[in-house]
Design a protein around this ligand. Structure first.
Ligand SMILES: [Zn+2]
Length: 327
């Protein structure tokens, strides 16, 4: 491989740039543009080589914001924005630069394009047929996977990373269930990406037995919460401890491999993605899909990964155009 110094420097500064959340980056970029305009007006170099001059620039920028009449809280954000883009200039040896680059690396690596493959409801049915004894042995983990796909859950919304991380504010408990004869509601908790807005939301699952679909998320949930457990118990418990993320991911990989899929290409993301992709396969509308996955915007599009045969069927529809040649 041929490495080029300039190219690597470009990549490094791009990683640092992405170390903050996309929304923050937008605000920071706006702040930096204001800074550029001000420096050009007072004829100062935007990126002076000496860090003393750079600090002077920052001070003049703050003075400029003050003259513009900006609230101090906004000014703080503006300054943070400029510092974000001028880390190198502001400090010659900055340890934080390294950790920011790593953070940006992680954030970019998690972008939708790099997400793992979805587990569709069809694949769940195949696992149910082929891996029956294994699934029964680990019914609690199987329940997390099936309910995750049908409820379009993020794995972190259902189970903790470790038993000691179980938190009644984040993870579902027995008392978060509301049963009717053929359906169940699971109350949603606070999540990392949504601190409280969905607190009152409930994910409703319907028994799929009447339509002959197995595995049924409702019957699985009934089974793992049987025996009158205490209301404050975690929904998914195995051998007296909450089921945790690593075990679920291990089984996602093993069981997808068990039906002939490339197990390493699946992960915790495969559940929510699987629900969204299944919605696409069965032809739910955009509105229905958004409701189901609790999406407000168009993020759901990034979660859908139509299998090749679905795309083939779509392209097959183009042949219909043969009947309207000339139109
Ligand atoms: Zn059922």
């Amino acid at each position: 491989m041929n490495f080029n110094l300039q190219r690597l420097e470009g990549i490094a500064s791009n990683l640092v740039k992405h170390s903050v959340a996309p929304k923050t980056l937008k605000v920071y970029t706006q702040s930096y543009r204001t800074y550029q305009r001000l420096m050009s007006q007072i004829q100062r170099p935007e990126r002076p080589t000496s860090s003393t001059l750079m600090w002077d620039n920052l001070l003049l920028f703050i003075a400029g914001l003050n003259k513009l009449g900006l609230a101090s809280s906004s000014a703080t954000t503006y300054v943070a924005g400029v510092r974000h883009f001028l880390r190198t200039e502001l400090s010659t040896v900055d340890q934080r630069q390294v950790s920011a680059a790593l953070k940006g690396y992680l954030r970019l690596a998690q972008s939708p394009l790099n997400q793992k493959r979805p587990i569709t409801t069809g694949q769940l049915a195949l696992m149910e047929q082929k891996l029956q004894p294994l699934l029964r042995e680990m019914e609690e983990v199987w329940a997390v996977i099936v309910i995750g796909v049908f409820g379009l859950f993020r794995l972190g919304e259902m189970v903790p990373d470790r038993p000691s991380d179980f938190c009644k504010m984040r993870h579902p408990m027995i008392c978060d269930l509301s049963w009717t004869s053929n359906s169940v509601g699971i109350r949603l908790k606070v999540t990392k990406t949504d601190q409280g807005a969905r607190l009152r939301q409930t994910v409703s699952l319907q028994c799929s037995c009447p339509v002959g679909f197995k595995p049924c998320p409702v019957c699985l949930l009934r089974s793992v919460s049987a025996g009158n457990p205490p209301p404050g118990r975690s929904l998914f418990v195995r051998k007296g401890l909450p089921v945790c993320r690593p075990l679920v991911i291990e089984k996602i990989k093993a069981w997808t491999a068990g039906i002939g899929l490339p197990g390493s290409e699946f992960s915790g993301h495969s559940l929510r993605r699987g629900g969204a992709t299944s919605a696409l396969i069965v032809g739910l509308t955009e509105t229905e899909t958004k409701k189901l996955g609790r999406w407000k915007g168009d993020t759901y599009l990034a979660y859908q990964a139509p299998p090749d045969r679905v795309l083939a069927a779509l392209s097959g529809k183009l042949a219909l155009a043969g009947s309207i040649i000339g139109d």
